[in-house]
Design a protein around this ligand. Structure first.
Ligand code: WQD
Length: 332
């Protein structure tokens, strides 16, 4: 298939480009380099021995964006592009709604105009309401506490409304849990221009000596050791899920939603311990107050993706830590 990947030079996008091309799909990448760099394209071409079609395009500019559809016959879209910092979204909600929803509307208008009827959407576990009942299944109540998560939920609703109006329009929604790690080749990883947001980028900065210690945001949650528990999934496993998701385009229902996680929860302290075991590097930490907006524990019930997509994760927590450090050592 000819697959348009928006945000294809980003962390998850670049790993998905590798999976798509390795599975003999043709890929066209659109990215405005807001949270990535052209170096990622050079590395993808080198690693895959390809000359991947790339458009440096701001999807907000629909005239510019339309060139992609004029110049390429697109069979399906994998839509990653969007801002994703939860904390920033609370401070700048309009920036998040304007961009994340605006670029999606432009994409959908062009898909309609050029009769592109298949989309896989990069959603997030943050669309789920905080729940005492775990693991989370796809039919659990939805509810968001920040503009980033709400932009994801709004896009999910837009896609489902279009699918209900046009049964030829095929939507696969993948709700990611916590992607970490990097491709074992060490050439692709989580770019952190400046201060990172997420746990693993902080840990590798401590491991490199760029940060003195890790702040552990609270140890008074109702969890196994009081620290936050999340479902961490290797980014290569997450990328592979997108290839498996393609088969859902042929399912009876034209809207299919899947949790993409491992089904296991790890606490912050367990991640620290596993990182130290995997790398031999001590990670000093200090417990500080909880981070606003955090919840104590969530992890996926990933049975639906296993049953319907035959998707199963291959990598464990030690590989996630080893590969994250392997990338950081060689690149930042
Ligand atoms: C994980 C755990 C923190 C940093 C976010 C987004 C989500 C998705 C993944 C985009 C929590 C603790 C963290 C630190 C810490 N992104 N922590 N010290 O918040 O689960 O999810 O990223 O889709 O949408 O919400 O990920 O990595 O920030 O935090 O103790 O320096 O690590 O409290 O328990 P989170 P995270």
């Amino acid at each position: 298939m000819n697959i348009l990947i928006t945000g294809g030079l980003g962390y998850i996008g670049s790993h998905t480009v590798i999976e798509c091309i390795s599975n003999n799909h043709n890929v066209i990448i659109v990215d405005n380099l807001y949270n990535s760099s052209i170096e990622v394209l050079h590395r993808l071409n080198k690693f895959l021995n390809k000359d991947i079609k790339f458009y440096r395009t701001d999807m907000q500019n629909i005239v510019d964006f339309e060139k992609v559809f004029i110049e390429n016959k697109i069979d399906a879209v994998i839509h990653f592009a969007g801002y994703k910092a939860v904390g920033e979204s609370v401070k700048k909600p309009l920036k998040y709604y304007d961009n994340n929803i605006g670029i999606t509307i432009n994409l959908l208008k062009l898909m309609e105009k050029y009769n592109v009827k298949k989309i896989i959407f990069s959603s997030s576990a943050t669309v789920y309401k905080e729940s005492e009942i775990l693991p989370l299944t796809e039919n659990m109540p939805l509810g968001v506490t920040n503009p980033y998560g709400r932009s994801k939920l709004i896009i999910e609703d837009i896609l489902q409304d279009i699918a209900h109006a046009d049964n030829e329009f095929k939507v696969v929604i993948l709700r990611y849990f916590n992607p970490i790690g990097a491709h074992p080749c060490g050439m692709f990883g989580e770019e952190n221009n400046g201060i990172p947001n997420n746990l693993m980028p902080y840990i590798v900065k401590v491991a490199k000596g760029e940060l003195e210690y890790l702040r552990v945001f609270g140890d008074d949650y109702n969890t196994k050791d009081g620290t936050g528990v999340r479902d961490y999934i290797h980014v290569v496993d997450l990328a592979a899920a997108h290839i498996k998701a393609i088969k859902a385009f042929d399912f009876e229902s034209n809207v299919n939603i899947y949790n993409i996680g491992t089904g296991k929860g790890y606490s912050v302290l367990e991640i620290i311990n596993n990182f130290e075991k995997a790398t031999g590097i001590k990670i000093p930490y200090k417990v500080v107050e909880r981070r606003g907006g955090d919840i104590g524990e969530y992890y996926a019930d990933s049975q639906k993706a296993k049953k319907e997509l035959n998707f199963e994760t291959k990598y464990g927590i030690l590989e996630m830590c080893t590969d994250a450090w392997n990338y950081e050592k060689g690149n930042n």
